[in-house]
Structures are given as structure tokens and as C-alpha cells.
Design a protein around this ligand. Sequence first.
Ligand code: ZN
Length: 153
Amino acid sequence: MKELKINSEGINHSAINLGSLDELKDYSYMHPKRKQEVKGKVFIGEILKSSSAEISFTVFPPHTEMPFFHQHKNNEEIYVVIKGSGQFQIDDSLFDISEGSVIRVSPEGKRTYRNNSDSPLTFLCIQNKMGSLDQFNVEDGCLAECENLWEKE
Ligand code: ZN
């Protein structure tokens, strides 16, 4: 099983490198409720010390499917397909997904997905508390003074 490692860390950041997309299958995750090892899945929110989002990467082998539907209590999910293709079902909607697909699901949405193709399906999922983004505009970002370390190399 592949282990996550911190690449760089400071009071204002944490950085990791998951490796290539082809190596994502080497991670695994022990599902705390189902007591079952899930291969090809890695959560990175904790190692990044994220206070606002949980992020996971998943690789689904060809012709596999989630064996259940799930919902969330508080978190909205955004799935981003980064490689491969398959299908999503949310409530009574069934649709195809492929590289570049981005799917937002409200907490109460009953969701499942499958890889009905001959190639691996790779996606990431970002979880945030529904309604937590109460403001977003260009005013949230601002210019900052800092010494440019590239110029010292
Ligand atoms: Zn979920």
C-alpha cells in the first residue's frame, strides 16, 4: 500500500504529491463503518490539514460499480472526472460521465456510480459543508508582499 508523504509544510501551507494517475490504484483506504479495505482510494484532507474541504481520489477498475447508494448529512460533493468514463446515477437521473465531467451533488442526493468501460475510471471528489461558501468574489484575494525565492536560486 502506498503511503502519503508531506512534500512541504509551513504555518500557512501543506503540500503533498500523490504520484502519477497510474499509481493511484496503489493506495487503499479502510472504510471505518464497513471495516473493508477499499483499493484505489485515498483521502487527503487530513494530511493537508484542510479545515474547509475533504478531498479524495478514486480509481475504479474497468467494469466495477459502487455496491450501494449513499447520501450525506451536511456535505455537498463535487466529483471531477480526470480520466476514463462511466455512469452516474443521482436519484432518478442516470447519465454518462467522462474526462472533464464535473458533478455537484447536494447532501440528500442518493448517488452511485459505475465504470462500464474497458479502462480505469479516475475521479476526485471534494466535500464541503453545504452552504458554507457564503461569499465569493475577487475581493477575497488580494496582493501580498513577499520575497520571491525563485530569484535567489
Ligand atoms: Zn460521499
